[in-house]
Design a binder for this molecule. Structure first.
Ligand code: ZN
Length: 244
């Protein structure tokens, strides 16, 4: 649409002046003829395990394309925690992954929540508020936790929701932990999103090959009628079957 913005200013001596400017607002889908609406398939790019040395480069790419993503953050790389603040300022969603990413957090519900709340404090320092979004290390379907405490995922998936959180798994795997080939990661994502109304894509900003695939993924999605969005507590929940 085309809009007119009117400015009016006055100084201490009472001199007043006004100005007008015309603002044109364009769709975020420059390459798509498809109008954005409730039926538009949505891609949620999600990045786990950072921030780290590569996160700034990823944020630069996302900024260039005006795409927002969801960051499931950790404190594994303490020198880069300010990237949580930058991501927040640039309108990405910030969510808890884990402070330590050590699976011993699954020893008990107390140790899980101790880790979660410590990460929340860092997020609050960086963004000014807590988040209500989480992703369990290994996903809610992980079986590694059974080594530490049988049944804990069954308990935790209920407890976090009772405490006001929503947890997100994913329904598109990039397999960026299994390959360093950015073309392969791109292909995994593109084939994974086909036919999904809501595609929650698991990627890792600690993997340079994954970041290297992002530009092509965005270009493909833009050219094929997908929109991007960030997760929030009311987004359609993507939950794996709990296995422990
Ligand atoms: Zn992780």
């Amino acid at each position: 649409g085309v809009y007119t913005v009117s400015y009016s200013v006055k100084d201490s001596a009472g001199h007043e002046t006004t100005a007008q400017r015309t603002v044109m607002v364009f769709s975020k889908l420059p390459d798509s003829s498809r109008p954005e609406g409730p039926e538009t398939p949505t891609v949620y790019l999600t990045f786990d395990d950072g921030p780290c040395a590569y996160t700034a480069g990823l944020l630069d790419i996302l900024k260039e394309y005006h795409v927002n993503a969801t960051f499931f953050v950790t404190a594994q790389f303490p020198g880069y925690l300010d990237m949580i603040g930058r991501a927040h300022k640039e309108w990405h969603a910030i969510a808890v992954h884990t402070l330590t990413h050590d699976f011993s957090i699954y020893s008990s519900t107390a140790s899980y929540f101790e880790d979660l709340y410590a990460m929340q404090e860092i997020i609050k320092e960086q963004t000014g508020s807590y988040t209500d979004l989480i992703r369990f290390p290994g996903g809610s379907s992980n079986t590694v936790s059974a080594r530490y405490c049988p049944g804990i995922m069954t308990t935790l998936t209920q407890m976090v929701q009772a405490r006001g959180y929503q947890y997100f798994d994913w329904n598109v795997g990039s397999n960026d932990t299994g390959t360093n080939d950015s073309e392969e990661i791109y292909q995994n994502v593109i084939s994974g999103i086909q036919g999904k109304k809501n595609a929650v894509v698991l990627m890792h900003d600690i993997k340079p090959a994954s970041i290297a695939s992002v530009e092509k993924i965005i270009q493909y999605c833009r050219a094929n009628g997908y929109r991007f969005d960030t997760l929030c507590a009311s987004s359609a929940a993507v939950h794996h079957p709990v296995q422990n």
